[in-house]
Ligand binder design. Structure first.
Ligand code: FE
Length: 152
C-alpha cells in the first residue's frame, strides 16, 4: 500500500517503471479524445466539480485511463471525499500512476498522471482516510469505468 512518504519519494527521486508506454503526437491525441478529455488530459485542465460523470457514482468496476485504457483505480478504493471529484485512496497497482511536483497557482501540489501515456489525471493529497491516508482527486474526463459483469 502506498502512503504519502512513497508519493513524495516518487515525485522527488523518480517514478516506478510502467508496464508499457503509449506515446502519441498532440494531433493524434486531439483526434482521439473529446475536446473536454483533451483539455483535461493533455492541457492539464480541471473539469467542474460535482457536474462530472463519476463524482457520485459508486457502481463496481475498474477505472481505466481515458487516453490509453490502462487500469488506474478499482471502485473498491473509491470513497466520498466531498470535493466534487471522484476520489480514491489507492491506485490499482503501484506502477499505474506517475507523480510530479506542481507549483502552479501559487501552491505546491503533487500532480498525478497515467504512467503509461502521461495523461493528466488530477492531484494527490495527504488528507485521505486511513490506512493509506491518501486522496487521489481525479477528473472524471480522464477516466472510463469498465463495469463489473453481473452474474446471470
Ligand atoms: Fe493513459
Amino acid at each position: 500500500m502506498l502512503r504519502w512518504i512513497d508519493v513524495l519519494k516518487f515525485a522527488r527521486y523518480g517514478n516506478p517503471e510502467p508496464e508499457r508506454r503509449v506515446e502519441k503526437s498532440e494531433e493524434a491525441w486531439m483526434q482521439q479524445l473529446t475536446p473536454a478529455q483533451y483539455q483535461v488530459m493533455r492541457q492539464k485542465g480541471t473539469e467542474s466539480p460535482y457536474r462530472n460523470a463519476y463524482c457520485r457514482s459508486y457502481d463496481p468496476g475498474v477505472y481505466v485511463c481515458a487516453g490509453c485504457g490502462s487500469p488506474l483505480f478499482n471502485s473498491t478504493e473509491k470513497y466520498h471525499a466531498i470535493s466534487g471529484w471522484p476520489s480514491f485512496t489507492q491506485p490499482i497497482i503501484k506502477a499505474a500512476i506517475k507523480y510530479l511536483y506542481d507549483d502552479s497557482h501559487g501552491m505546491r501540489r503533487i500532480e498525478v498522471q497515467c504512467n503509461v501515456c502521461d495523461g493528466h489525471l488530477g492531484h494527490v493529497f495527504p488528507d485521505g482516510p486511513e490506512p493509506s491516508g491518501l486522496r487521489y482527486c481525479i477528473n472524471s474526463e480522464s477516466l472510463k469505468r469498465i463495469d463489473e459483469k453481473k452474474d446471470e
